[in-house]
Ligand binder design. Structure first.
Ligand code: SF4
Length: 221
């Protein structure tokens, strides 16, 4: 893994090269409220963005609050969210989530990681997405792009996104916490893409562990 000063240098360069958090970053994909953000994130598991969006739209056309959601029977929920797959399991999760939200939090989505993680169906990724996007907290939420980029460069050394999130939080400088997610995700979409990362135009290639092990080595052999 990179040392502290190298991690800082990576963030400094990414900050110059990539856009950070913008004013409209509140509410992922147009999700304006915390309840909707939680449900949306739960439905996004193993689903393409466009299918998740369809499912969220159909479900919120039927119910917009935890009380209204619980008034629906399972069949109606499942039918609405069918486009995003795993709909029976996700229906159970929605019901458990709404029940716990009402019983333990008075129907108000908590704005702490601990509170969010106490809710059924909310894991680290969803908790961090809601904290960052809906509550505007300085949290580096880890999705597939952030996970890939962080581990290729050597900011982290982790097999799971949750471990990557823990290591990023421990190893990132404070000043990078606000925009780090945005720099890393944009970098992952534009430069350090899944297949054939564009190492030849990468601003951090001299620091990158993947580059040293795979690209530089291959060129010198
Ligand atoms: S050098 Fe290549 S693998 Fe490393 S961060 Fe840049 S694009 Fe990604």
């Amino acid at each position: 893994m990179l040392d502290e000063s190298q991690v800082e240098e990576v963030y400094r360069r990414l900050a110059k090269a990539m856009p950070g958090r913008t004013a409209n970053a509140k509410g992922p994909k147009g999700q304006p409220d915390a309840f909707r953000s939680c449900i949306s994130c739960m439905l996004s598991a193993q689903s393409l963005d466009r299918n998740t969006a369809k499912a969220v739209k159909a479900l919120f056309a039927l119910a917009r609050t935890p009380e209204a959601m619980l008034a629906l029977n399972d069949e109606r929920i499942a039918a609405a969210i069918k486009p995003c797959g795993l709909y029976n399991m996700k229906t159970r999760n929605i019901r458990s989530f709404c029940t716990a939200l009402l019983e333990e939090h008075g129907g108000i989505v908590p704005d702490t990681r601990e509170g969010l993680l106490s809710l059924p169906g909310i894991g680290r990724k969803c908790a961090d997405i809601v904290l960052s996007f809906t509550f505007g907290k300085d949290v580096i939420a880890v999705d597939t792009h952030v996970h890939r980029v962080a581990n290729r460069i050597g900011l982290t050394e982790a097999k799971t996104a949750d471990r990557t999130a823990q290591q990023l939080e421990a190893r990132s400088p404070n000043w990078a916490m606000r925009d780090g997610h945005f720099w890393l995700i944009q970098f992952g979409k534009r430069v350090c893409v899944v297949r054939r990362p564009k190492c030849e135009v990468c601003p951090v290639s001299d620091l990158c562990e993947y580059y040293a092990a795979n690209v530089q080595d291959a060129a010198t052999n």
